[in-house]
Design a protein around this ligand. Sequence first.
Ligand code: BG6
Length: 489
Amino acid sequence: MNTDVSAPNARQASAEAFTADVEPHLIVIFGGTGDLAHRKLLPALYNLLSAREFADTIEVLAVATSDRTDEEYRESVGEALKDAGIEGSEQWCAEFLHYQSLKPGYDQLASRIASIEKSSGLPGNRVFYLAIPPQVFDDTIKGLGEAGLASGPGKVKVVIEKPFGDDLESASELNRILFECFDETQIYRIDHYLAKETVQNLMAFRFGNPLFEASWNRVGIESVQITFEEDIGIAGRARYFDRSGIIRDVIQNHLLQVLTIVAMESPVQLDQMSIRDEKVKVLRAISPLRPEEVVRGQYTSANGELGYLEEEGVPNDSVTETYAAVRFMIDNWRWQGVPFYLQAGKRLEERLTRVTIVFRGPPVYLFDRDGHRQAEPNVLHIILQPNEGFDLRFQMKTPGEGYDLATESLGYRYADSFADLPPAYETLLADVLIGDQTLFVRSDEVEEAWRIVDPILDASDKPHGYPVGTKGPIEGDRIPALDGDRWID
Ligand code: BG6
């Protein structure tokens, strides 16, 4: 653990780069009274904007369906910011935060936008942030279009939260509706995993360290394992989660995005088009999943903790999966024959998101012990959260006679070099303001990801049970066993 206060602060460095590029904007948050706005967006915006020279060139207009005054809204945001550990936000709220009810309609909203821009001297750059339930995406996008808000005197951008559709058909339809009003350069589809510093570092790790490149392929790698474990459950979101399940909730988006970065070719340059082009090529090379490549689970009560079916709002015959293990095969030159196993679940033993690269063993095994091969593979664990860092496992001779091997590891932890990592939402909001779409998902990427998981959505058979606090259902082992492998700890 690093206690050196002079350690470089990633947040400060990115803040400086950001300050130079940002133009004045009005940020319009749809769903301004909702949980996402209060818990994530407004604290992130406040942290991003406060203490920056341009803080007074960004105004925020929250929009929702209820009636309330600016003052009432500011009060509720002040409380939410306090809950997020932010004190002294009153002046910022009073000066830069406004509220508009959507009840009178979009024309009224357009007038309010024009009036704020006029009184604050803003040039008409607008961000429409849709922090709303997906059922109202369509109407909101159409409303913006019909009120003439999809283009404006300045740059207009629209930010869409997940879920982006709930299968291939609905995602394509949502893209179609968006394209009636906006073009791709205006659309920012959020996947907050892309903004995690450790996920971005996957690219730096791969393309900044040629050491690993020679074996980063089917010749050097036996399998890739991506693990997403959460100890929390559905956190009161039964209505959403029961219709979603873990495959839609994190595999189709966050984990497939991580997979593409692990598997992609080097982009020609580090610009948004080159990076997104390489990522989508990986997705295109993945065949749609087959039922035998998936195992589903659902947590059951244990040690006095509720099982999924006892959670408030979950139907007692629900077959929604809270755990899934899946195998993806990438049908291209680099990855032919290398399985990518993914495992994701709620209410598991611990919180851990990790990519594990299992390298191929030596071509000839020299080291036997009592007639058994000592054949632990080299393993690279890339830990995305928590305790972010890397561990590279290798074999060592233990001191003494003969050749007894033991597994040791080289480790690195971010916390040893960097004081803190910027929260994902701050990074995403900064990129929207700058106009950098690299960390947002393009229309073809989102549709390809749905194409891959589409055949395994909405299974009707009962998932395998696993007690809360365990590693998931034992049947999950069937996925690596498809290729004679096992999950690596
Ligand atoms: C969200 C999912 O997108 O990601 C949640 O809806 C999940 O169910 C969350 O808990 C995980 O994000 P993080 O950043 O905590 O790993």
